[in-house]
Design a protein around this ligand. Structure first.
Ligand SMILES: Cc1cc2nc3c(=O)[nH]c(=O)nc-3n(C[C@H](O)[C@H](O)[C@H](O)COP(=O)(O)O)c2cc1C
Length: 177
């Protein structure tokens, strides 16, 4: 049976879009920005939604969830992209606990894909937020190794994305459908 999946995404600087397209290619399924999502999603067995992390928040998730359910989405799978490495497992787990309820974590398979930071494509508000984050981190006295790495990483744009990081979500979707 043909995989009946659609991938939808929000993106600001392109990382999530790139991952969404890679997932779409791996599964041979349609990929759209969330704003261009089809009006009727009931024809799909699974709707995949991807967005960035933004100050710890899975950006746009609550709004997207309402829209997807209103348009008939049945099974949801989500992925978040961010600047932290995949190895930051405790932080990633805590992030999901903050962004999805216990019930949602149980019902909605969720994946984190490391991406990076792109100051060149970032909007003014985001750039100001990053400047503030750098300032706040510089003032912090007791820094963990993770804090130090974060402080040094956010000084400039970087790209730690890789097509191979779609493997867990692509494998999951292939086996599910
Ligand atoms: C203001 C701001 C806050 C961010 N907060 C986080 C964060 O809390 N955790 C994280 O891992 N990445 C964070 N990021 C990095 C973005 O999530 C990352 O660059 C993401 O892949 C961007 O996705 P996009 O290119 O699809 O817009 C932040 C970026 C900005 C600009």
């Amino acid at each position: 049976m043909k995989n009946n999946i659609i991938v939808l995404y929000n993106t600001w600087t392109g990382f999530t879009q790139r991952y969404a397209q890679l997932i779409g290619e791996a599964l041979d399924c349609p990929v759209h920005a969330l704003k261009d999502a089809p009006a009727d999603l009931s024809q799909y067995d699974t709707v995949v939604f991807g967005s960035r992390l933004h100050a710890g928040v899975f950006d746009g998730w609550k709004k997207a969830q309402k829209l997807l359910i209103r348009r008939g989405a049945k099974k949801l799978v989500v992925f978040a992209t961010g600047a932290m490495p995949n190895e930051a497992e405790d932080t990633i787990r805590a992030m999901w606990e903050q962004n999805l309820t216990a019930q949602e974590r149980e019902a909605i398979p969720h994946f984190y894909l490391q991406a990076g930071l792109c100051y060149e494509k970032m909007g003014g508000v985001d750039r100001a937020m990053m400047k503030f984050a750098a300032w706040a981190m510089a003032r912090r006295r007791a820094k963990t190794a993770e804090d130090e790495a974060f402080q040094s990483a956010i000084r400039q744009s970087y790209d730690i994305s890789d097509p191979k990081y779609i493997q867990p979500i692509a494998a999951f979707l292939k086996q599910e459908n």
